[in-house]
Design a binder for this molecule. Sequence first.
Ligand SMILES: [Zn+2]
Length: 237
Amino acid sequence: MINTTFIRAIRDNLFDFVAPEHCAICNKHIKPNTAQFKMLCNACLNSIPYAPPPNIIRNRLYEHFSEEMVSIDGATSLLSLKENTQYLQAIHKFKYEGLSQLAYEYGKLLGRRMQIDGMTKYEYIIPVPIHKVKYRERGYNQSYYIALGLNGFVSGDMSDDFVRRNQYTKTQTALSKEQRKHNVRNIYEINKKFDPYGSRILLVDDVLTTGSTINSLAASLKSAGAESCDCATVAIA
Ligand SMILES: [Zn+2]
């Protein structure tokens, strides 16, 4: 499964994976082989606005959900986007402007962070799926490339075939806790061939805001028997 998804990624990105010359954050020229991570110069790499530790990130979920509604066990993230517009723009680049390789590079950085957090062993790694209409618009799911990048640091079978997204939802932020609960119910469908029973699962997404959609996916997987569901995102907003 890892092999087929990886080969597909290579095929889809044959042209994207040509070494880039400019930093995605400051736009400075990067000399080949001088940057640890492609697409970010060492100066920008050293000034990353790191997100707080996992326990703080998970506690934030209680701002939006009552305790019994939280299905996510552990949560980690790379960046805190509250005040840093440069890094926010970089997220937009990989989300809307076709820079899938940047999602991959951020995935590697996130994977490195997860090694520090001790979140490295899973049976399955699931990129949070986007709706097929959005997929057609963008041509790729950014979460898939983030997952591909972190999979070099975090173990688990990674595939975008385990679950799919059935419907669009309204934006969550303006809704009350109760409305939010109804809005996200059953938006994901688990592939009949995928059995999450007894497994530790990592969900991967780009940005954690209220956590509604990722929590809904965790709830569906746990109803299907998953033992635990952690989530990892490139950023918290
Ligand atoms: Zn830079």
